[in-house]
Design a protein around this ligand. Structure first.
Ligand code: GAR
Length: 188
């Protein structure tokens, strides 16, 4: 199976979806490390309970490249072949991105190229869009900008708020990420 490291900064529900997907016998990937730039990230506890090695180190007081080198050493030490960003809310250094070129995926809660960055659901609602959604893409140097591998559209309801829309998009994220990562590691 392809060895995947997952990077999180918080709740880790997408990480959990990948962990559960990996339990299927025919899943082509396994999660070998969950790493976070926030030692308090709630997802770390879930990963530990699932018996997955974790690494947590605060980025505070470190230069970006310095912190990313620490992260990179942990990921390579775990023997990972792919990196999956799952709510990892920190920009990565160019060195790190280059080192994982075509081996690192991200999930973003919008229909890219729309709404890169933050507050995606709020922006979709303000624009009067009929659909929100999520995208999985290859990570390149530009934020939320690499080639899109898969998307799921989610219909916006008349009474949606950013929170209600986010909650429905999250359901789609969990399915899209496991499916797209599985396809990707099979082909790469
Ligand atoms: C998810 O909605 C993910 O798409 C988003 O953060 C949330 C993390 O939730 N990511 C980004 O906005 C990245 N730019 P999770 O920790 O429960 O997976």
């Amino acid at each position: 199976k392809a060895r995947v490291a997952v990077l999180i900064s918080g709740r880790g529900s997408n990480m959990a979806a990948l962990v559960y997907a990996a339990k299927a016998l025919d899943c082509p990937f396994e999660i070998v490390l969950v790493a976070s730039n926030d030692p308090e990230a709630a997802g770390l506890e879930l990963a530990r309970a699932e018996g997955i090695p974790t690494f947590a180190h605060s980025h505070k007081g470190l230069k970006r490249a310095e912190f990313d080198a620490i992260l990179d050493a942990q990921i390579r030490g775990a023997g990972a072949q792919f990196v999956a960003l799952a709510g990892y809310m920190r920009l990565l250094s160019p060195e790190f991105v280059t080192g994982w070129a075509d081996k690192m995926l991200n999930i973003h809660p919008s229909l890219l190229p729309k709404y890169k960055g933050l507050h995606t659901h709020e922006r979709a609602l303000e624009a009067g869009d009929s659909h929100g959604g999520c995208s999985v893409h290859i990570v390149t140097a530009e934020l939320d900008d690499g080639p899109v591998l898969g998307q799921t559209e989610v219909a916006i309801l008349p009474d949606d708020t950013p929170d209600t829309l986010a909650a429905r998009v999250l359901i789609a994220e969990h399915q899209l990420y496991s499916r797209t990562l599985a396809d990707y590691v099979r082909r790469n």
